[in-house]
Write a new protein. Structure first.
Lengths: 300, 254
């Protein structure tokens, strides 16, 4: 049975990774999950310098999910390179580094600093709804997305995945802009911008006022968008958004995703990733599928 | 051994005050390694509620392998837990957090409201001389269980129990003295205690809370502000679930 998939020339032993921001750099979850089993670990977003993130409360639970406005708190690329990457290199898994920035120069600086690092793929976060500058500003306009993709590709030493926002009218148009600018892959979806009000305190549940909604409640939206993008571009897709079990991961693949990221489900079940890998294997076995590529985009 | 996610069996549950429940779970793997000030994540059976609820350990019985949680019903998660009965099963993860840094110094233990339960396990683990100050809004609970471990002083906002006012009012009123404070309770109380401890020049540990998602230090939801740049975060933030929930008061901005 073949479960290996290929993202921009990088072979993942299986299609399962984690959604950036839900898994740190794997250290905390390595107490529960054998990281060697994952197709890849996608790290929390890192910028060229440390970011403090947003005030608390940073999260709220919602029906069938949650919302967060962490604000991309990160220790900066230098500490990340010296601490997080060496930790992940101890494992037989691929490393996808998520990169964030407030300006094109920030993204370029961070990507350049990753040039001498032994990591496999870069995921460019142009879709975080929770920071005032950068982030989503590059991900909601096709011309801006084209520009940042070009700028990053010009300096990147690793293949580049552009992480797309669902907070747009036509995500296929955004995917086409990324493809035209030379992106090697796309990932989607980031969180959907939402708002929750605490009726007892009569204020916003999350200090940032708006926050990104994730979890099983958004899964059908993510599947629809993966399907739209798969039909619009030729690049491989990492599908994410509310994946919480084997079935919801398989849906992503059948809609057109080559790999699948598990996010919010890690909070509910720290073993979610490995259970889904086992579940996909069992599904393939039961349905006499010898190669996982038979499933990718099989629903037309 | 480290953190364990397990399905625990309910030994017993009782309501000990309005909306306050005492839940005893069989959880040997967690009980044998847990210490005062740590907490566990408790998971809802309802798939629409994704996030575990962090609840402090009120009692850790290593011989029996049980954990006791005393918690207040504040939303649908805790409302669900309050309906658990003996024999029911519930998923939990722990032990989480650092716990109190126990020192052999004359101690003042301070608990406010639903911050009182973790102080009971601490009272049991500390063998030094200790005064125990418990602050309530109105209805009292758990206070009698503290009596074997030290002198117990109460405060209540309505004045029906102990000193009318807050825990600091009780400390002043009764002239309570100590060389270290251990405290858990609402943030305004912790702020007052920190100020009191700094004024008196005594050591002070506080246990904090915040909305949590992962409970293990990965998601960075439950941060608190720190005076110095934290080595892990490289900014003025520490993770309450992982670096805490107990901090020396001078480390954090309240």
């Amino acid at each position: 049975m073949n479960m290996a998939v290929n993202i921009a020339g990088v072979e993942l032993k299986n299609p399962i990774t984690v959604a950036s921001g839900t898994f740190g750099s794997g250290m905390e979850y390595s107490e529960f999950v054998d990281l060697n089993r994952l197709g890849a670990v996608t790290t929390k977003g890192v910028a060229n310098i440390p970011w403090a993130g947003n005030p608390t409360p940073r999260i709220a639970e919602t029906y069938g999910g949650m919302m967060n406005a962490i604000g991309l708190q990160n220790p900066g690329i230098e500490v990340f390179k010296n601490r997080d990457i060496p930790f992940l290199k101890k494992y037989d898994t691929k490393i996808i580094v998520n990169v964030c920035g407030k300006s094109e120069a920030d993204y370029v600086d961070c990507v350049e600093k990753l040039g001498d690092c032994d990591v496999d793929l870069l995921e460019i976060n142009v879709s975080c709804p929770n920071v005032k500058e950068g982030g989503i500003a590059f991900g909601q306009n096709p011309d801006a997305l084209f520009g940042i993709t070009k700028a990053v590709k010009a300096v990147a030493k690793q293949p580049v995945i552009m992480k797309l926002s669902p907070n747009v009218t036509d995500i296929a148009e955004m995917a086409r802009a990324a493809e035209a600018a030379g992106a090697d892959a796309v990932s989607l979806i980031n969180t959907l911008t939402g708002m929750k009000i605490d009726v007892n305190r009569r204020t916003f549940a999350v200090a940032n006022k708006t926050a990104g909604v994730s979890g099983p409640a958004i899964h059908p939206i993510a599947v629809r968008m993966v399907y739209q993008v798969a039909n619009a571009i030729k690049l491989p897709i990492i599908g994410m958004g509310g994946v919480y079990d084997t079935e919801s991961a398989l849906e992503m693949m059948m809609a057109g995703a080559t790999a699948v990221a598990v996010g919010t489900a890690n909070f509910n079940n720290p073993y979610a990733t490995v259970q889904i890998i086992d579940g996909i294997e069992a599904y393939m076995d039961k349905n006499a599928i010898s190669d996982i590529h038979e499933l990718i985009g099989c629903v037309k | 051994m480290g953190k364990v996610k397990m399905t625990a069996q309910v030994i017993s549950q009782e309501c000990i005050a309005t909306d306050v429940y005492s839940l005893v779970l069989m959880a040997d793997e967690i009980a044998k390694q847990a210490v005062a000030g740590q907490f566990i994540s408790v998971y809802s059976k309802d798939g629409s509620k994704m996030l575990p609820r962090p609840i402090s350990l009120c009692d850790i019985n290593k011989e029996a392998g049980t954990l006791r949680l005393v918690y207040r019903v504040v939303g649908f998660g805790t409302a669900e837990f309050s309906k658990l009965e003996a024999g029911d099963l519930v998923d939990i993860l722990g032990p989480l957090g650092n716990g109190f840094d126990k020192q052999d110094k004359k101690a003042i233990l301070i608990g406010g409201g639903i911050g009182i339960p973790p102080m009971l396990q601490l009272a049991k683990e500390l063998s030094c001389e200790k005064s125990i100050v418990l602050g309530y809004r109105d209805e009292i609970f758990l206070n009698e269980e503290f009596e074997p471990y030290g002198n117990v002083y109460l405060s209540s906002e309505d004045g029906m129990h102990g000193v009318k006012g807050n825990v600091i009012d009780a400390i002043v009123e009764y002239g309570i003295e100590g060389d270290i404070i251990y405290a858990c309770g609402p943030t305004p109380m912790l702020r007052g205690i920190k100020a009191y401890a700094m004024e008196k020049g005594i050591l002070c540990q506080i246990s904090m809370e915040e909305k949590m998602a992962c409970g293990v230090g990965a998601c960075l939801a439950c941060i608190c502000q720190t005076k110095e740049i934290d080595e892990h975060s490289q900014v003025h933030n520490k993770r309450i679930c992982k670096d805490g929930p107990v901090f020396y008061a001078e480390e954090v901005e309240l």
